[in-house]
Ligand binder design. Sequence first.
Ligand code: ATP
Ligand code: CA
Ligand code: CA
Length: 423
Amino acid sequence: GPLVGNLIGEDHVNYVLMYNMLTGIRIAVSRCQAKIRRPLTDEDYTARHKYSFDIVGNELTPSAKYDFKFKDYAPWVFRELREDYFHLDPADYLLSLTAKYILSELGSPGKSGSFFYFSRDYRFIIKTIHHAEHKFLRSILKQYYEHVKSNPHTLLSRFYGLHRVKLPHGRKIHFVIMNNLFPAHKDIHETYDLKGSTVGREYPEEKAAQNPRAVLKDLNWINRRKTLELGPEKRALLTEQLRRDAELLKRLHVMDYSLLVGIHNMRRGNRDNVRSNTLKVFSPDMPLIRRKNTVGKGPSSPEAIAMRRIMRESDPKRLGSGTIDLPEEDTGERQHFLFYQDEGGLRATDETNDSMDTIYYLGVIDILTPYSILKKLEHCWKGLSADRHKISPVPPAEYSSRFFAFMKAIMRGGEGGGKFKSE
Ligand code: ATP
Ligand code: CA
Ligand code: CA
């Protein structure tokens, strides 16, 4: 049913940024999308398309409420990822991305200072990232693309776009658009962010009792004697995919990533309504796009016709303000993915592969941190006071094998006997 939230006004600190991000995405993505598909070239991986917005507008960009610059990185690569491998419908994508937003419910953002925004239908997340992460994603984009192509069921974050907004005084904000692992239509009763590291990896249990939305960590998992209940079939599939994904991350020299685990208990269902009370809704009043700009050269090509429909339907003026309609069931792209097929997630099974009353929502997140000089320093520093092999920043090869070993061990009946042994 519809959720009613507080509407974010123009006086909110992030209003202008949010407006600029969404306006930029809307124009840039629809422009690329309106062109006829062609095979990718090597230049596509490093391409960047620039747009300049102002209150007057020009033939490339409609007039906007604020002055800002926008860059769209590797638009053709992301378009192909979205359409061919992530199974997103272009109209759907733009429609849900650029209408209303639910501002981060994550409370204070992570240590990194990133902000998270959820699309109104809860399917997409905008995450602001550091310049270093941005540069890194661009540098590995081809390998990421190849991995996704040969691993259609990958558990790695699905990146749908990489963009930048530059404000008039020069501040640059980089951001990615990615999949929200958690579904709109199911309460998540427990959340874990698991790295395979045990030093300092605990959310205080006293606080957890009061906060059903707390993100718990490795030590909470171990102390609560949790297991991923998966029978032999699903266990084998998941293990193999995690092995391949961790292998890629090792090759890319990435570290600090986690397995995010959301747990839905089907017997509890949605009655606790864990998420509804504190929504903040962003509803931009975005510029309409002049028809001749959207259609490019072939006004009656199927692409152009489709884009006109998208722009009409995603016109914010058509949507009421302050209310959010969450979908009642999972339809959409998740049906294509092995580990997201059961109500958008992975249903627990017993030793005979029969279904149990739990659904897991799993994915490997925060995969853009290369083992940089900074991390090397942190490694030495933290290593002074704790076991150097258990702290979170260890070199990528060690990180990857420790991560994979932990994930195998937390599965019931896995090699670890279903319980992680903290040596
Ligand atoms: P840090 O570097 O301090 O760990 P960060 O800003 O890089 O923080 P992430 O680790 O990417 O943030 O994510 C922080 C939290 O946000 C996660 O623990 C999870 O609860 C939530 N989150 C992140 N990505 C997703 C996603 N794709 N789907 C659902 N929730 C997510
Ligand atoms: Ca993280
Ligand atoms: Ca991070």
